[in-house]
Design a binder for this molecule. Structure first.
Ligand SMILES: Nc1ncnc2c1ncn2[C@@H]1O[C@H](COP(=O)(O)OP(=O)(O)OP(=O)(O)O)[C@@H](O)[C@H]1O
Ligand SMILES: [Mg+2]
Length: 228
């Protein structure tokens, strides 16, 4: 599904050019559950932002389902990002004044669905993450783990090709982290969701079926968990 060949990326800050991704070669197939590990500043977020069509400023080849998607015009690339990728963040990124139902419906509305078409799909996604009874609540009425479940429901509601999760358990206590990792494992195994997850936590990475490590912008395929 995802094929990267010789990806190189540079950032320029204070007239200094830093080489953030170095000759990355990476293939990710459908139904994989991959952990991306590595020290702070090694390029993990940069790598997954590249994979998830957020930043096309790189050298090398990135093919998504055989297509050089970054050549698409902005509108088509945005549509692809909305349809193909579900995003989960460390800080949940829910809209505080919107209900759970409204938060989860957002990607569907961006994708052009009518309001009334979204409710059954939202309820199905909430059921998959185990919080269908909370649909009418506001985020602040939920625990951190429940809020992350809402964010995961929002990520899967449009049936994306893959989800990217950048430190999804970073703001959660260890017990809640385990519950969220169990949920990801369930979604991967039962719902066949492809998941790419950045984590510093070896216990979270242990739920994944494949671990890759980024170090100084280089990818160490099947690297051992990085102990923090
Ligand atoms: N927009 C930017 N402009 C300039 N430099 C950047 C930018 N974003 C990231 N960098 C630099 O690129 C390198 C990789 O950053 P990145 O955020 O990908 O690391 P990371 O592995 O995700 O780190 P962390 O574990 O702390 O989240 C770092 O040296 C960082 O300072
Ligand atoms: Mg990061």
């Amino acid at each position: 599904m995802i094929v990267m060949e010789n990806i190189n990326k540079y950032y320029t800050a204070d007239q200094e050019r830093i080489h953030v991704l170095k000759d990355i070669r990476l293939t990710i197939d459908e139904h994989e559950f991959v952990a991306v590990m590595g020290p702070s500043g090694s390029g993990k977020s940069t790598l997954i932002n590249t994979i998830s069509f957020l930043d096309g400023d790189f050298e090398g080849t990135y093919l998504f389902e055989g297509n050089d998607a970054y050549r698409y015009k902005d509108e088509k690339l945005s549509a692809l990002r909305n349809r193909a990728v579900g995003f989960v963040f460390q800080s949940f990124q829910l809209i505080e004044n919107n209900t759970v139902l409204e938060n989860v419906a957002l990607p569907l509305l961006y994708g052009g669905k009518k309001q009334r078409q979204t409710k059954p799909l939202v309820m199905e996604a909430l059921r998959k993450v185990g919080i269908a009874d909370k649909y009418n609540k506001l985020p602040k009425q939920l625990s951190g783990g429940q809020q992350q479940r809402v964010a995961i429901a929002r990520a899967i509601v449009g049936n994306p090709k893959f989800i990217v999760a950048d430190e999804p358990t970073g703001a959660l206590d260890s017990h809640t982290s385990e519950e969220i990792m169990e949920l990801f494992k369930h979604l991967n195994e039962e719902e066949k969701v492809t998941i790419l997850m950045v984590t510093h936590d070896p216990e979270a990475a242990a739920y994944c079926r494949r671990i890759i490590t980024v170090k100084d912008g280089e990818l160490l395929e099947e690297g051992v968990p990085y102990a923090n």
